[in-house]
Structures are given as C-alpha cells and as structure tokens.
Design a protein around this ligand. Structure first.
Ligand code: HEC
Ligand code: HEC
Length: 275
C-alpha cells in the first residue's frame, strides 16, 4: 500500500513538473548536442548563431532540417546550401535523438533565449599559445601525458600528418591535420572539443570530459598543424622519431639475427617433401 502511494505521489510530481521539465530537458539536450557548433546570441561557431532563428525560417522547415539535415541538404534546398557555404562547407550532421518532438522543444527553448535584445558580444582578446601549450597538446594527443579524467588519447583513433604519420595513427576517426581551420579556429574548435559532436566520441567524452586547459593545449597543438613550414615542438618530434627509428632498427636487427630460422625449418621440409 505504501509502495502504491509513493508511486502515485511520484507520478503526480512528474506530471506537475513536466512542462518545466520539457524546457529543462531541451536546455540540457542543447548543451550536450548543439553547443559544440551553435550559440544562442554569442556569435557563430561552426554553425550559425541560432538567436532569432525562428524568425528566419518557418517552423516546418526548421523541424524538417533539424530532424534530418543531410536529407534537406541532399534535396538541393537553396537556403540549406547557402547556410552550408557560410559554414566553411562543414555540414550539420544528423543527430541521434532529434525527432519532431525534440526539434519543437529545442526551437521553443531557442525562442525563449532569443527574446532579449542582444548586447554586442565582448571582444575576446586572443591570448597567443605558448610553446609549452603546444608541446602539452602534442603529449595529450599522443598519450604521453594522460588526461586528468582519463579521456582516451586521440592517436588511438586519429592521425595528424606530421606526428603519427610513421605509425599511421588510428584510422577510426578522420585525419586532424587541418582541423583547426576547418572547424573555426580557436573559438570553433574549443567549443567543438568541449562537447564533441561525434557519435563515436560523445559517449566516451561525456564521462571523461577534458579540462579547459587540456582543450586549450590541444587547440594550440592543432593550430600549428597543417601550416606549411611550421614544425611543432621540433625537439619532441625528433625525440619521437628517434624512438620510431630505434624500434625499426631493432626489428631489422632481429630480422637479421633470425635470418637463418626461416630456412632452417623450410629447407628440411622441402627436402622431406621431395622424398
Ligand atoms: C557539428 C556541428 C553542428 C552540430 C552539433 C549542430 N549543428 Fe546545427 N548547424 C550546423 C551547420 C554547419 C549549420 C548550417 C547548415 C549546414 O551547413 O548544414 C547548421 C544549421 C542549423 C540550423 C538552421 C540555422 C539557420 O540559420 O537557419 C538550425 C535551426 C540548427 N542548426 C539547429 C541545431 C540544433 C538544435 C542542434 C542540436 C540538436 C544542432 N543544430 C547541432 C552545425 C551543427
Ligand atoms: C574512440 C575513437 C576516438 C577517439 C579516442 C577520439 N576520437 Fe575524435 N573522432 C572519432 C570519430 C569516429 C570521428 C568522426 C565523427 C564520427 O563519425 O563520429 C571523430 C571526429 C573528431 C573531430 C571532428 C573532425 C572533423 O573534421 O569534423 C575532432 C576535432 C576530433 N575528433 C578530435 C579528437 C581529439 C582532440 C581527441 C583526443 C582528445 C579525439 N578526437 C579522440 C573517434 C575518436
């Protein structure tokens, strides 16, 4: 009886808070799934600033786009093409969990945040990256320095041409050599990394979030990649390649030492088969 009563109370409580809950749920969903690429009133990241987006397009179009941006882009929709061109040709991915209901909740949430008149965003002063930050970023990328919360090293899935090239790095994720310019430099890339919009990375990074200083170090590292003639952390890189060269030399040495082994088993076998 007591159990039934408490269940009832719980149901009533849930019903009472559901309107508020939907708004909160939309906000949480936005922060974990959209904030990597969008702000509401703080300027463009990878995607457009969504402040006032409800006035730019019909609700119907927006819902259709949010539920399946890939399909809308593929249909040749001219507004979507314009948006794509303005976004450095990085398309919005189809995001799991965005159905018609969630899309509407998100647009309501965006509308509620769009009411206020925008103050011009304060001009953020860009603090130049230091050599230590770039080196640390490389260590984090390679896994020679561990992340505070145990985020897996990027090299297990990614490659960067002037670092992992010899080993080939991981190939599950895309090559990140030019990611700095592709994903909107410091501002865009930092936002992306604080809630990665990748189906593979999101579940891992949710419980192993990187700290701000770790993200800054990685962005510093990426900022020197893909630029012609700039070698990040030359000293470390040569240390790294020395290690690679040593490993290769050892392999060759063993290959040489064991050169007889192959024949030693093969020759008697061949001989035996002749008999
Ligand atoms: C990986 C980056 C990325 C993520 C994550 C992302 N978007 Fe986008 N979004 C874009 C880009 C880029 C565009 C511009 C259209 C295009 O190129 O596909 C866009 C366009 C839009 C538009 C149309 C904007 C306009 O000006 O008309 C809406 C609305 C939108 N996104 C909502 C969302 C919502 C809500 C989420 C979270 C559920 C989300 N986006 C997640 C990158 C992203
Ligand atoms: C478990 C594998 C895995 C790990 C570990 C991983 N990533 Fe990823 N990452 C991916 C995959 C896969 C994609 C492509 C998007 C997708 O399919 O989900 C991706 C996409 C990206 C992108 C977007 C690239 C683009 O061009 O759009 C960036 C940036 C990125 N990863 C950075 C990192 C960084 C930095 C680390 C280390 C802190 C890291 N990743 C660790 C699998 C991984």
């Amino acid at each position: 009886m007591l159990k039934l009563k408490s269940t009832l109370t719980l149901i009533l409580l849930l019903a009472g808070t559901s309107a508020l809950g939907a708004q909160e749920a939309a906000q949480t969903f936005f922060e974990t799934n959209c904030a990597a690429c969008h702000t509401i009133g703080a300027g463009r990241l990878i995607g457009p600033d969504l402040h006032g987006v409800n006035e730019r397009q019909s609700r119907e179009w927006l819902v259709k786009f949010m539920v399946d941006p890939t399909a809308v882009l593929a249909s040749g929709d001219s507004y979507a093409q314009e948006l794509l061109a303005a976004s450095n040709n990085v398309p919005m991915p189809k995001l799991p969990g965005v159905d018609t209901k969630m899309a509407n909740a998100l647009l309501d949430y965006i509308a509620s945040k769009s009411g206020t008149i925008l103050e011009p965003a304060p001009v953020e002063e860009e603090i130049p990256f230091t050599a230590e930050e770039m080196n640390r970023g490389m260590d984090l990328f390679l896994g020679t320095e561990s992340f505070l919360k145990g985020t897996p090293a990027c090299i297990s899935c990614h490659n960067v041409s002037n670092v992992g090239g010899f080993f080939g790095g991981g190939s599950l994720g895309p090559d990140l050599t030019t990611v700095y310019s592709r994903l909107g430099e410091s501002r865009g890339l930092s936002a992306w990394l604080s809630s990665p919009a990748s189906e593979t990375m999101k579940p891992i990074f949710k419980d192993a979030q990187m700290s701000d200083s770790e993200i800054r170090a990685l962005v510093a590292f990426f900022s020197v990649n893909g630029k012609d003639g700039v070698e990040p952390a030359t000293q470390k890189a040569s240390f790294f390649y020395t290690g690679v060269a040593a490993a290769a030399a050892i392999l060759l040495l063993f290959g040489f030492l064991w050169r007889g082994r192959f024949r030693a088993t093969r020759i008697p076998m061949v001989e035996a088969s002749k008999r």
